[in-house]
Design a protein. Structure first.
Length: 271
């Protein structure tokens, strides 16, 4: 059996050690990283591209839900959510995530979750569509964690060239978004997640169609499903395999795959 390359995330050191101890008894798991918060988790997924993420929900700063939302669609691994609070009864997540575990986690219950993960891995080699399905449930449940939900608009998009804006059409309204304010774009199936001014606007479009509407000098593909606005890059960190991590001025970080690294090399050479 293939060993699932796994990252575990929990802000409580004792919980992290206990989870690591239980996982040591499972031959089908290769533990490749341990994270104490959401930011570390995002970084670990970008650097290691794991098969499985065992993720605590209630963490300060960035919750487990936020971690998924901050990942590029191509990088989202299988997820087993963990929490000590049954009030986050995530029936919706039972349809999308591999499993949902209540603490304290027993070896028997974790074994069942890992069996499900192995079955999911065999059935689904391409899980890029998971993120688009998760978005709706994440935003609804985020209200219980943060006390407020991130504003999301969904619809089709068009570019108003004269004003350099994108018109995102909703059911009964049109939101005008300045192109310069777009920090990055993440494709999730047939939907584009437009990140601008701290808001995610969801529009129906193909990535190819959107790329053609954006200024080619500033907007570059850095992954199969990710576009970045070069104006918003603050820091570039090389990775060992010829990839890069981009730190953006909004606080996000994105991974540049080897297939698209030439765009970032050209940008660095020009600056």
């Amino acid at each position: 059996m293939r060993r699932l390359r796994t990252v575990i995330v929990d802000d409580e050191p004792l919980a992290l050690r206990l989870l690591e101890s239980v996982l040591a008894d499972f031959a089908g798991v290769e533990l490749i990283d341990r994270c104490r918060n959401g930011r570390e988790a995002v970084r670990a997924v970008q650097e290691h591209s794991p098969d499985l993420l065992i993720l605590d929900i209630q963490m300060p700063g960035m919750t487990g839900f936020d971690v998924i939302k901050h990942l590029q669609a191509d990088l989202v691994p299988m997820v087993i959510f963990c929490t000590a609070y049954q009030r986050y009864a995530l029936e919706a997540f039972d349809l999308y995530a591999v499993d949902y575990l209540l603490k304290p986690i027993t070896a028997e219950r974790l074994r069942l979750a890992l069996d499900r993960a192995n079955a999911r891995y065999e059935e689904e080699q391409d899980r890029r569509q998971e993120k688009s399905t998760l978005l709706g449930a994440i935003d609804e449940i985020a209200q219980r964690v943060h006390g407020k939900a991130e504003k999301v608009s969904a619809g089709d998009a068009a570019v108003v060239a004269a004003d350099q804006k994108i018109a995102i059409k909703d059911v009964d309204s049109i939101t005008m978004v300045d192109i310069d304010d777009i920090v990055w774009v993440d494709a999730a199936g047939d939907y584009m997640c437009i990140h601008a001014n701290g808001i995610i606007h969801i529009m129906r479009s193909t990535l190819k169609s959107l790329v053609e509407k954006l200024p080619a000098d500033n907007f570059k593909r850095i992954h199969r499903s990710t576009i970045v606005n070069l104006k918003h890059i603050e820091k570039v960190t090389p990775l060992p395999r010829g990839e890069y991590i981009l730190e953006l001025d909004c606080g996000e970080s994105l991974k540049v795959s080897r297939n698209y690294r030439d765009a970032i090399r050209s940008y660095l050479d020009a600056h």
